[in-house]
Ligand binder design. Structure first.
Ligand code: DUC
Ligand code: ZN
Ligand code: ZN
Length: 479
């Protein structure tokens, strides 16, 4: 075998398909050899006792997302990249916003400029909040031509949510342009009705966030999102499923052959509504949507993962510091409904999934790789380049010590945010070295990648998101 640039030797290679003792040879940023022994290498990394796993793919994270009032999320592409590498993730798909009344292209140009500073490889979802004629007919084709193949719609949130008519319009456009549609499923009117009633009763503390959006509002919206996608024969992914009753809607549709997939996040496996009931305003640190449920629900969500109904675990990293003018207190502390939704979770995602999943016996190592690396890559059209360790793949590799125990702290997260909701939790299993396209970017918590070294990942049409060709009465509704 010709000399390789880098050999990772002596580890156990873990992929979605299995585990094997093998050396990994890397040249030109790609995996070029998997063999029992690779001796001829310019650089050798010893991985005895470590698991050699694909770099994580986080297909749902909000990074430096511009805000309608000016400014952007506190997490920049540089700080987010550092945090991602610290937690074993090497690629991410994040969001280009559209604001009601505005277009797509100006926002995209701004976002592209921000992302040029990234160290992690990245692609974009296009959020659609206002599918006007001009947006759909003139701008969307130009967005897709740039290799953006996933559209995101919100069925709740002021001012992001779309009506059913607007959602149908996005579905039809996605079908025409061969995109995936990803959906935030909660019922806007039901939540607002609950919020008004809670406020009128004087129930304003952070814990009432969960009371305003119980599982039924998620189940209803999940059912509706699937039914309308089925009407138009458009593949969709349901984002951040928090509870079994919403997942059951997905399972039923999957059993009918509908192309619908479900994602969940570590917060729905570890955090509970009780966290939002901490004294004072502390509960705001755990406030995200859908709301965290309870320990029994965590086990039901694990069961949905094991059944394959939920097949991606993303972070939904959407970070606001606790203190400061852009943080959780930006609209005061007196009303739960004015607190910005979202929690930081980039670095914690894979360690929590590994620890709660593999170390506690809920998942095999192969399942861990599927949920955190290869399935998100397949779902987003990044496979086979990302998400696996096979000949020709980008050499995005994380060396995990399956026995390393760590207590999660904000410093370990390496993000730009002043807290982590996982403070004090002990995890077993930790990524000790990370390579992105063959370059070592993290070693023992020290991130060494240069800002701007990340690459944009344009996506071509991929078979997973092709319509089935099954329409309720054969009438081609798209257009
Ligand atoms: N929920 C979302 O849907 N997006 C970002 C943050 C959150 O909590
Ligand atoms: Zn969402
Ligand atoms: Zn989100």
């Amino acid at each position: 075998m010709a000399e390789v640039e880098l050999a990772i030797r002596g580890g156990v290679v873990v992929t979605a398909e299995g585990m094997q003792r093998a050396d990994v040879g890397v040249s030109g940023g790609r995996v070029v050899a998997l063999a029992e022994s690779i001796r001829d290498a310019r650089r050798i990394v010893e991985a005895d006792g470590l698991w050699v796993m694909p770099g994580g793919v986080d297909s749902h994270c909000h990074i430096e997302e511009p805000q309608p009032g000016g400014g952007a999320n506190e997490e920049s592409f540089v700080t987010a990249s550092r945090s991602a590498f610290a937690g074993g993730t090497t690629s991410a798909v994040c969001f280009v916003p559209q604001w009601k009344g505005g277009g797509l292209l100006e926002r995209l140009a701004d976002y592209e400029a921000r992302a040029r500073h990234a160290m992690l490889d990245h692609s974009f979802h296009q959020i659609i909040t206002d599918p006007t004629e001009r947006v759909i007919e003139e701008e969307l084709p130009q967005v897709v031509a740039k290799g953006i193949r996933s559209l995101k719609v919100f069925l709740t949130y002021e001012p992001l949510h779309v009506s059913d008519a607007e959602y149908l319009r996005v579905l039809a456009a996605a079908r025409k342009h061969q995109c995936l549609v990803t959906v935030h499923c909660e019922n806007y009117d039901a939540i607002n009705w609950r919020i008004r009633a809670l406020l009128a009763a004087g129930l304003t503390a952070p814990k009432y966030h969960a009371w305003a959006r119980p599982p039924v509002v998620e189940r209803e919206a999940t059912h509706r999102a699937i039914a309308l996608a089925e009407l138009l024969d458009q593949p969709i992914q349901i984002f951040h499923v928090s509870c079994a009753e919403a997942a059951e809607e997905i399972a039923r549709a999957q059993a009918r052959g509908v192309k619908v997939w479900g994602e969940t996040c570590p917060q729905y496996l570890t955090l509970t509504a009780a966290h939002m009931d901490r004294p004072g305003f502390e509960g705001a640190k755990f406030m995200c949507s859908p709301a965290p449920r309870d320990a029994a629900e965590h086990e039901r969500v694990w069961e949905m993962i094991r059944r394959g109904v939920l097949d991606v675990v993303s972070s939904d990293h959407c970070a606001f510091s606790f203190e400061g003018p852009h943080g959780k207190r930006q609209n005061g502390t007196e009303r739960f409904d004015l607190v910005p939704n979202g929690i930081p979770g980039f670095a914690a995602r894979l360690p929590l999934l590994f620890s709660e999943g593999v170390s506690k016996g809920r998942l095999t190592p192969e399942q861990f790789v599927r949920l955190g690396c290869s399935n998100p890559a397949r779902m987003m059209g990044l496979w086979p380049r990302k998400g696996g360790i096979h000949i020709g793949a980008d050499a995005d590799i994380a060396l995990w010590d399956p026995a390393r125990e760590r207590v999660l702290s904000n410093a370990l997260m390496q993000h730009a945010i002043d807290y982590t909701p996982y403070e004090g939790m002990t995890v077993k299993g930790w990524p000790v070295r990370v390579f992105r396209r063959g370059e070592e970017v993290m070693r023992e918590d020290e991130v060494t990648a240069a800002p701007g070294s990340g690459r944009f990942l344009p996506r071509a049409p991929y078979p997973l998101i092709a319509p089935r060709g099954v329409l309720p009465n054969g009438f081609p509704a798209a257009g």
